[in-house]
Design a protein around this ligand. Structure first.
Ligand code: SAM
Length: 289
């Protein structure tokens, strides 16, 4: 059964009385080469496990079942469970867990299902949970590789370099924890219903150690968030809400200069290493007070 064939999709879904839910981000793939490529590049192996988020009617799941030892798919929509029973009946290495991926303890799920074995994550993510889902997958520290399809602009934002319009606090969050690369683009007409935006497949390879070393991770991220909350302002002004009451504007300016940055710089130009140096210098200054 070609689960990306539009006639198969319509027939199977009609048989089960299933209707697409926009609010659950249900856009199913209609080009079988896409799930095949994702599965081939996902790092899934015969000896390992896969956690898939949002199997839908199972087109990517089926390809993952062909290359992986065992696939556990987390699906929120109960209406898809009888559909998956039918479409994935030929695979005995598949299991569905009904639930919200954002409410699950992913590390505990991996431990329960795969023990200490190697596990990768894979998904055509529903658009409405892209950021929290990627955050949850990375925070779980349970995966050797995370391969997700997301809106193209989000993929570009995640991989963006300092000084570019796409660079954001989320770029820094992800790049702090993982090596990020775009594998390939997927146009909007590869889905039913057709979304308004194009997509891209993103590979995240979690790092054993964060990309940069910082004494105070909490302070590092609060500086990053403050800088991007007011990205059109200079860093001196943008850091006011976090450091102003303790260091004053002159103190913040001195801090920025002390790590070799121009006092007129904007936060969007700083690399992760710049933020790490800034956070460490700020922590040292705050400790003196
Ligand atoms: N994998 C299928 C494909 O590529 O055709 C479907 C992908 S569709 C973009 C997203 C899927 O995620 C849907 O099946 C939807 O029901 C499911 N989903 C939505 N929110 C979810 C959540 N919070 N937790 C788990 N699954 C969710």
């Amino acid at each position: 059964m070609n689960l990306c064939d539009i006639d198969v999709i319509r027939t199977v879904l009609a048989k089960h009385g299933f209707h697409f839910s926009k609010s659950l981000g249900q856009n199913f793939l209609t080009d079988v080469s896409v799930p095949q490529r994702i599965a081939a590049m996902s790092g899934a192996a015969e000896a390992g496990g896969v956690v898939e988020v949002g199997p839908g009617m199972g087109c990517l799941t089926a390809e993952l079942c062909r290359v992986a030892g065992r696939v556990v798919a987390v699906e929120l929509d109960r209406a898809l469970l009888p559909v998956l029973d039918e479409t994935l009946a030929e695979f005995d290495n598949f299991e569905v867990v009904q639930g919200d991926v954002l409410a699950l303890d992913l590390a505990a799920l991996c431990k329960e299902k795969f023990g200490d074995g190697r596990v990768v994550a894979c998904a055509n993510l529903p658009y409405y949970i892209t950021t929290p889902a990627i955050t949850a997958l990375l925070d779980s520290r349970a995966f050797d590789q995370i391969t997700v399809m997301v809106q193209k602009e989000v993929a570009q934002r995640i991989c963006a370099a300092p000084g570019t319009a796409a660079y954001s606090a989320f770029s820094i969050y992800v790049q702090y924890r993982a090596a990020a690369e775009i594998l390939f683009d997927v146009p909007a007409d590869c889905f039913v219903p057709r979304p308004k935006v194009d997509s891209a497949v993103l590979r995240l390879t979690p790092l054993a150690q964060p990309a940069v070393e910082t004494q105070d991770e909490k302070l590092f991220f609060s500086l990053v968030r403050a800088a991007f909350n007011m990205r059109r302002k200079t860093l001196v002004n943008a850091l006011g809400p976090v450091l102003g009451d303790r260091l004053g504007k002159d103190g913040i300016a001195a801090l920025i200069e002390s790590v070799g940055l121009d006092v007129r710089v904007r936060g969007e130009r700083l690399s992760l290493a710049d933020y790490a140096r800034l956070a460490d210098a700020a922590a040292a200054k705050l400790a003196q007070r």
